[in-house]
Design a binder for this molecule. Sequence first.
Ligand code: LCS
Length: 390
Amino acid sequence: MAIKKAGFSTRSIHSGEKQDETGSITTPIYQTAPFEFKNASHGADLMGGRGKGYVYSRGANPTTEVLEEKIADLEDAQAALAQTTGMAAISAAVFTSIKGGDHVIADEVIYGSTYDLFVELKNFGVDVTFVDSSDANNVESAFRPNTKLVFFETPANPTLKLTDIKAVCDIAHEKDATVMVDNTFMTPYFQKPIKLGADVVVHSATKYLNGHGDTLGGMIVGSSDYIKSARHTAKNMGGSITPFSSWLIIRGMKTLSIRMDRHTENAMSVAKFLQGHDKINTVIYPGLHDHPQYELGREQMSGAGGMIAFMLEDPKDVPVFLDSLKLCTLAVSLGETCTLIQHPATMTHGVVPRDDRLSYGITDELVRLSVGLEDACDIIDDIEQALGLI
Ligand code: LCS
């Protein structure tokens, strides 16, 4: 049941949820691969696409459908498809949107594996141009007659630069291209790309949507027609999410709004502390007035989120600093209860060729922090003691 008029928190708890005959107040985990047909003609009908019913969990599963209805409602979209990882969602969405001979424009600052996926598309006869989409003119200039897809993250992983969603959509739609936005860092609580004109939203649900670091997951969100076609492609690619992972993400999403508020409150305190520290060169956080696109952030995001990037004076100090932290966990991933810290140049973005990486601003002294839900003073104390040792 989608409660369209209710507020975000109410919808994150109730949307998609159905009542079964037991009265269970949580969605059951339908932990099954196939579903039994009533008889031979029922089986033939369902396999032939006639009538409604479940066949095989690679195609559809009732637990996963609750998750899909919930994220579609929260993104103000018609439909959604859940996948087993964010990368499974992005690959399936990309392969739904393009074919050999097409051209793609992608922002140059995107998650390392997404970048690598786009680089590999040339093996399938698809050209990709990487641009700095924080200036929408760069997107316009990169258009070719065969450009079919524009892809970006905003804020971008890991440099937290922003792209003007509406401006890029206006340019792309003029030329009939699909705009796909990775909304992992903001979640629909803080940013709704579809309302700003995007055609497709993708997520790594491994991050804030689940929020507890205990499962992987991915989402594709869009129009009913687009999701129908993505479901077809994804079923053959085989990256379906397990019912248990769907259940974990459903549970996580019920507290999304309060977690995002707390992530943001903590991140603001940590960002201000970092700004005032003499061993930190630059702090990049969309909630700080000196973020180069602070005003754009205020227009298209209703909160700054929990991700901070900062630069130490000397890249040689990075390993010492990271190894000296006691509370903050040295790990990739982001958006979960505990604070995670990592070094993009050697970790999440190590796959990007060095010269390109440096020209994109992913420098050797850049550290990325996913501020968790601990007490902000404890996170700050830990960072302060580690900075004291470099
Ligand atoms: N999109 C963004 C913005 C991401 O940050 C990631 C993963 C993905 C998609 C892919 O999602 P996955 O397949 O991992 O669920 N980002 C990671 C990161 O920054 N550190 O480790 C994973």
